[in-house]
Design a protein around this ligand. Structure first.
Ligand code: KIV
Length: 269
């Protein structure tokens, strides 16, 4: 059996450093940053400037992992020229590859970006950039037409030169078929079952730092509680003068006789 690929989202230096050090294969600077970093309701408002900022922080932390950055909503849909220019910005900010959402309608865009030497990761199934506008958050591929469309989409992404495809909330059976079908490139699943070549999660979800939305997320820790407890302890310590401890670090005689500028006449005795 082939070793599975591990991917987690990352948007900042500190977290990326920890993930890279723990052996993650791919750091995804996802546009889920819109929700978990910026507090937006969806990924729609995310800008190229924001993605470049997150990408540069993550790329400075990376030692071994591959850094993939999302092209945000409307940074690649309007024209191939936009798509190439914005992919270039993410690469200059430190990404190794870019990811974009869409099926066969994105094939020309993908082959044009790949054509200038920028690796592209595809993303089909649930596509958060358009979900709020049309599909709704539900598992994709549960009807014959939708399953056939997903398989067609995966094939055209592979043919267009994508090096990998994210399958988001795709029926487990269909995800397995796609993974076997696009034999030359791996699939990375999120809510798409164990049959994919790898898995991705949003790090805040798996660490329990963000209100869970999806039942497929495995929560590995409850950091909301850990962080909340630590902050409450700090607040109590400061208010009750338990922190910081005092240390005598300047010999008393150094301070004797010093006159304060703003309080002429007063001095340390
Ligand atoms: O933006 C993101 O975090 C993603 C993953 C959910 C795959 O695209």
């Amino acid at each position: 059996m082939k070793e599975k690929i591990t991917m987690l989202t990352s948007y900042d230096y500190t977290t990326a450093r920890l993930c890279d050090g723990a052996g993650i294969d791919v750091l995804l600077v996802g546009d889920s940053a819109g929700m978990v970093m910026m507090g937006y309701q969806s990924t729609i408002p995310v800008t190229m400037d924001q993605m470049c900022l997150f990408t540069s922080a993550v790329s400075r932390a990376r030692r071994d992992a591959l850094v993939v950055a999302d092209l945000p909503f409307m940074s690649y849909q309007a024209s191939i020229t936009d798509a190439i220019a914005n992919s270039g910005r993410l690469i200059k900010a430190g990404a190794d590859a870019v990811k974009l959402e869409g099926g066969s309608e994105m094939a020309d865009t993908i082959s044009s970006i790949v054509g200038v030497g920028i690796p592209v990761m595809g993303h089909i199934g649930l596509q958060p950039q358009t979900t709020t506008l049309s599909q709704g958050y539900r598992v994709q591929g549960r009807t014959k037409e939708s399953a056939a469309r997903l398989i067609r989409d995966a094939r055209s992404l592979e043919q267009a030169g994508a090096f990998c495809i994210v399958l988001e909330m795709v029926s487990h059976d269909v995800a397995e078929v796609i993974t076997r079908d696009v034999a030359n490139i791996p699939t990375i699943g999120i809510g798409s079952g164990p049959g994919c070549s790898g898995q991705v999660l949003v790090i805040q979800d798996m660490l329990g730092m963000y209100e869970l939305q999806f039942s497929f997320v495995k929560r590995y820790r409850n950091l909301s509680k850990e962080i909340g407890d630590a902050v409450r302890e700090y607040v109590c310590d400061v208010k009750e003068s338990r922190f910081p401890a005092r240390s005598a670090d300047t010999p008393k005689e150094f301070l004797k006789g010093i006159e304060f500028e703003d309080r002429k006449g007063s001095s340390v005795s």
